[in-house]
Design a protein around this ligand. Structure first.
Ligand SMILES: C[S@@+](CC[C@H](N)C(=O)[O-])C[C@H]1O[C@@H](n2cnc3c(N)ncnc32)[C@H](O)[C@@H]1O
Length: 476
């Protein structure tokens, strides 16, 4: 029968307990090494029969993690084994191992030959004790690997710790909620509420304490609210973190600023209530204090509140002030970093913020005018071999550039301004300290924009990659 018309072999997915059991691997190459590492991961005692070992297996042998017989396979090797894998290019050998093993009912896998195997090895997403096994029954291991890679990005790595936490209280929970439906509701509230979030945020002790409180407290499950302070990055939705996206998709209410790109707000859960709390320069749509109180109020109503900010919440984002109030009010929260404008703009304009030949340090500075003045440590800023990443500087660029020159920087120091960095509407203008205010004026640069000042700006000529063909302006 031609391969394309061969009927698919059916397999039942099961998970095997192999702890301390003898497992045999026939073959000493890379494929064997991969199977050996999976068996070791399951706690098996692995013996390899092969005339030669690849580097990875030699290392495992040296560290005492496998046994090795340097000779060809013989039928007696199967005695006492719980499972055998033939990982060899020699098809006749694979067939022999398969026949002998099957004759005695021993589970056998012949790599790349599902028709000779009584079991196949799935592609495994490992969040031990949680595992997700993906199998195509040997039809396409590549497809299984691809799917696993996708799941890797969807299943937070902390799921393993969450599973372990749940395991640790299984008996007390069963005792507390003898009714299956009540028990299921309890677990659902744990899995989709603050306790799971504490685990994801690395607060394992707090999660255990909260779980124990819930088990000791009143029978009805309390729905406590929480706040996620999330950095939405500089504009390109692809720059969101996995955690940001997950929280965006489970929030009940979203409070977002002017700086958060609409395409990012769009990624929040469709049913979530959206509240615009945007801030224009010197015009505060919602005063900060009111904002802080709103967060507390919403969380205390039992809601999962997403406070979505542009860039990183802890860099010129007043995120610290907001969670300060939450901490005072006893509201649980977590902070998710975002890509700050300096990193995003630097990457998308082809200007590395540091470079061995040009800059060994980088200062993030805000040039937001206070009563028309800029009070900065000019001496510290006007240092050689240093890059300045200037936030909120569109309106103060002339004051900034003049002061830097007065404090010793050359007027010919390269400078760039990046408007709407990382977005499809990004514009980049390159000049120097002398010409920058005029460039901003001439091109009508509008916030959000930031300046990068220092010798590193010269590198853009060679390293620009994003939107090239559009706004590449050579230094004047
Ligand atoms: C209030 S600060 C917030 C910074 C934000 N927390 C961060 O980490 O990027 C706002 C300033 O960030 C800069 N900025 C934010 N997004 C930007 C973007 N996409 N392109 C250029 N500058 C940006 C601008 O200088 C803007 O005036």
């Amino acid at each position: 029968m031609p391969p394309s018309t061969r009927p698919p072999v059916s397999f039942l997915p099961v998970t095997l307990r192999l702890e301390s059991r003898q497992c045999l691997v026939v073959g000493g190459g890379d494929a064997a090494a991969h199977k050996v590492s999976l068996l070791i991961g399951a706690g098996a005692a692995v013996r390899v029969v092969a005339t030669e070992l690849c580097a990875e297996l030699r290392l495992l042998l040296q560290t005492g993690r496998i046994g090795h017989e340097v000779r060809p396979f013989c039928p007696e090797d199967l005695v006492g084994c719980a499972l055998v894998i033939a990982a060899t290019d020699d098809e006749a050998l694979g067939r022999q191992v398969s026949q002998l093993a099957r004759a005695t009912g021993l589970p056998v896998n012949v790599v790349d030959h599902p028709e000779l195997s009584s079991f196949v090895m799935p592609s495994v997403l490992d969040r031990s004790p949680l595992t997700v096994a993906i199998s195509t029954g040997g039809a396409s291991p590549m497809l299984a690997r691809l799917l696993r890679a996708r799941l890797e990005t969807l299943v937070p790595s902390a799921y393993g710790r969450l599973a372990a936490l749940m395991q640790s209280v299984r008996d007390p929970v069963r005792h507390r909620f003898p009714d299956v439906r009540e028990r299921r509701r309890f677990w659902e509230s744990v899995l989709s509420g603050p306790i799971a979030e504490m685990i994801f945020a690395g607060q394992d002790q707090a999660a255990l304490a909260a779980l124990q409180r819930q088990l000791e407290g009143p029978r009805e499950i309390s729905h406590q609210g929480e706040v996620y302070l999330v950095g939405g990055g500089p504009g390109d939705p692809d720059l969101l973190t996995f955690r940001a996206l997950r929280l965006m998709q489970q929030a009940d209410v979203v409070l977002y600023d002017r700086l958060v790109a609409p395409a990012i707000v769009e990624l929040c859960r469709k049913e979530a209530e959206r509240i615009y709390v945007g801030k224009e320069m010197d015009r505060h749509a919602v005063p900060q204090q009111e904002m802080n109180e709103l967060l507390v109020r919403l969380a205390k109503q039992g809601k999962r509140v997403l406070r979505l900010k542009g860039g990183d919440p802890f860099i010129f984002g007043r995120g610290g002030e907001e969670i300060d109030r939450l901490a005072e009010a006893g509201v649980s929260f977590q902070v998710v970093p975002g890509i700050t404008a300096a990193s995003g703009c630097a990457a998308y304009s082809g200007i590395p913020l540091t470079h061995r030949d040009y800059a060994q340090s980088c200062v993030f500075v805000t040039a937001h005018l206070k009563e028309g003045k800029l009070e900065l440590n000019w001496r510290a800023l006007a240092q050689p071999r240093q890059t300045l990443a200037v936030y909120m500087g569109v309106q103060s660029m002339d004051v900034l550039c003049r002061a830097l020159v007065e404090h010793g920087m050359s007027a010919s120091t390269p400078a760039a301004v990046i408007e709407r960095g990382t977005t499809a509407r990004q514009r980049v203008f390159v000049g120097d300290l002398g010409s920058m205010p005029r460039l901003i004026d001439e091109h009508g640069v509008q916030p959000p924009a930031m300046a990068i000042i220092g010798e590193v700006v010269k590198l853009r000529e060679k390293l620009a990659w994003y939107g090239v063909g559009g706004d590449v302006h050579p230094p004047r």
